[in-house]
Design a protein around this ligand. Structure first.
Ligand code: PEP
Ligand code: MG
Length: 574
């Protein structure tokens, strides 16, 4: 049966493909209470899932190629034993009966109890067996959440797959860079969560904040993903499929047309040049920045070098990564941000116990509390600066003491390199991110001590409006056009102009072509965004007359009310 789900389109474009359900470490299970008369049926459903997994395992074993290592067969034996153990195949049924809960919930509870028991074991070998339990439980969960009573439908290799998850972390997304999904959709998350930012960097359509898509969609279902309007159509009928195939073609044509702008210099109609820089997450992204003719890298989110690993990258590894980008950019500026982890960007080697991590020991705060991590990174950046135009960017500054401490550590690191005759740029430029309202209001004093400022609108909006950027329940309140946000941006731009310190915007607002003309009118001349957005933003710049935009923008900033602000934006973009 066809049905439609609505969420937030966080990355544009259309995709048509089969659902591939994502099983996370943490078993995600819906929970509902059943009527007594349905308990028998639910237990039968659980038994059916056990039978499905049993035949899957037998089939896998029967089809092992001769060349497969012996351990693989032994490993499947272990999984069969785990499956048949009453702890997994019987106890959940008791839980369904006694707790009147659904099979998924019963399985998740029992799995967690088993994992806890394994984790408490002294013997390291036995402790590790928790992973086998988890894998078998994952299979069972998939069988339960797939078409009831049927083996999950695996998309054929040539069919596009759409990843369906309850939640995805930024580190999951980094891993997906290696896969070829056509799109992804999640129940949780907001437009400027780092997961969404990474989806845009993968240039694939994505819809988030769908609330219960993971529970409603089955493995192998056909899906249409409309990343522009935030709509998912499950099991579309042929007419809808045709309509979306047409839209997909149209989108591709538009992308092709934009490519014609590559060679045009980014300047307004009155000849004012505008700097278009790229945001990158991993060194390999520099190639795309060059391909789209970015004038440099405005934000290298270095934290992705620290993810999906249980130890920190050492100085040499970081140096190689930074030098790689600096060299690739051939003399163009490369702004490398110091480690910004915490909040939604978690790393395995950091145990976060903060009650509210977005307001806790994040970014520069963490670096100053762990100076050795900071110094190692600064040494690597300084060494890379010898090979081109590297610049250092400090994230999440809120008070001037933090800035003084960070500058002191950078100076001491330079001295150590000088003493050891290690080449570096002694005049490397140092900038600060304006992404906490306190820093925006105090921009004057930050700018006096720094070479440049970069406005991080994603966090600036989050912290100004008190809206967790990853929380789908408040995602509708996340508003780049809130007058308070606009005033903070305007104030920072004015300070930069007065003190002759360059200011750029590197948050997602810079890559949103519907805001380009407004930001130009407010005085912004340097935009840093994911390379995929660069040409769309450039197309707006090329049709802009600054004098008109300045007067419209200043009237818009006095409007206050959301409806009037929207009306002014429409006039600005007309
Ligand atoms: C921002 O906050 O706008 C920003 C660019 O940094 P991040 O999205 O990585 O927090
Ligand atoms: Mg930020």
């Amino acid at each position: 049966m066809s049905f439609t789900l609505h969420g937030i389109g966080v990355s544009g474009g259309y995709a048509i493909g089969r659902a591939q359900l994502f099983s996370h470490d943490r078993l995600e299970a819906p929970h509902y209470v059943l009527r007594r008369e349905h308990l028998k049926e639910e237990i039968a459903r659980f038994d059916e899932a056990v039978a499905t997994v049993r035949s899957e395992l037998v089939e896998l074993q029967d089809h092992l190629p001769d060349s497969a290592p012996a351990e693989l067969s032994a490993f499947l034996d272990v999984h069969r034993l785990i499956l048949e153990d009453t702890m997994l195949s019987e106890v959940p049924k008791r839980c369904i009966q006694e707790g009147r809960c659904n099979a998924e919930w019963a399985l998740a509870q029992q799995t967690q109890a088993l994992i806890d028991q394994f984790e408490a074991m002294e013997d390291a070998y036995l402790r590790e067996r928790k992973n086998d339990v988890r894998q078998v439980a994952d299979r069972l969960m998939k069988a339960l959440m797939g078409h009831p009573g049927h083996a999950p439908v695996k998309p054929a290799a040539e069919e596009a797959s759409v990843l369906v998850a309850h939640d995805l972390s930024p580190s999951d997304m980094v891993l997906f860079k290696r896969h070829n999904y056509a799109a992804f959709i999640t129940d949780l998350g907001g437009t400027t969560s780092h997961t969404a930012i990474l989806a845009r960097s993968l240039n694939m359509p994505a819809v988030m904040a769908l609330h219960n898509a993971r529970a409603l969609i089955h493995e192998g279902d056909w899906l249409v993903v409309d990343g522009i309007n935030g709509v998912i159509i499950v099991d579309p009928d042929p007419a809808i499929l045709n309509e979306y195939r047409l839209r997909q073609d149209q989108w591709r044509i538009e992308q092709q047309q934009l490519k014609r702008l590559k060679k045009s210099p980014a300047a307004t109609l009155d000849g004012t040049p505008v700097e278009l820089l790229a945001n990158i997450d991993v060194p390999q992204d520099a190639a795309e920045a060059l391909e789209e003719r970015a004038a440099g890298i405005g934000l290298f989110r270095s934290e992705f070098l620290y993810m999906n690993r249980d130890s920190l990258p050492d100085e040499d590894e970081q140096f190689e990564a930074y030098r790689g980008v600096v060299r690739a950019m051939k003399g163009r500026p490369v702004v490398i941000r110091t480690l910004d982890v915490g909040a939604d960007k978690s790393v395995l080697w950091l145990k976060q116990e903060s009650v509210n991590p977005a307001l806790g020991l994040r970014a520069i705060r963490l670096c100053l509390s762990e100076p050795q991590i900071f110094i190692t990174q600064i040494r690597a950046m300084l060494r890379a600066s010898h090979y081109g135009q590297a610049r250092i960017l400090l994230p999440m500054l809120a008070n001037l003491n933090e800035l003084d401490q960070a500058l002191g550590l950078i100076e001491a690191t330079k001295q150590a390199l000088r003493d050891a005759d290690i080449p570096h740029d002694p005049h490397i430029q140092i900038g600060g991110m304006i992404e906490v309202p306190a820093a925006a209001l105090a921009a004057e004093w930050f700018a006096q001590r720094l070479d440049f400022l970069s406005i991080g609108t994603n966090d600036l909006i989050q912290y100004t409006l008190a809206i967790d950027r990853t929380d789908d329940s408040v995602a509708h309140l996340y508003d780049p056009l809130h007058p308070a946000v606009l005033k903070l941006i305007q104030h920072t731009l004015r300070i930069g102009k007065r003190l002759r310190k360059p200011v750029s915007v590197c948050g997602e607002m810079a890559g949103d072509a519907s805001l380009t003309r407004l930001l130009l009118g407010m005085g912004l001349r340097s935009f840093s965004m994911h390379p995929a957005h660069l040409l769309r933003v450039k197309s707006q710049i090329l049709r802009s007359q600054l004098a008109d935009l300045q007067s419209l923008a200043s009237r818009m900033l006095r409007a206050g009310r959301p409806d009037r602000i929207q009306a002014w934006l429409a006039r600005i973009n007309a």
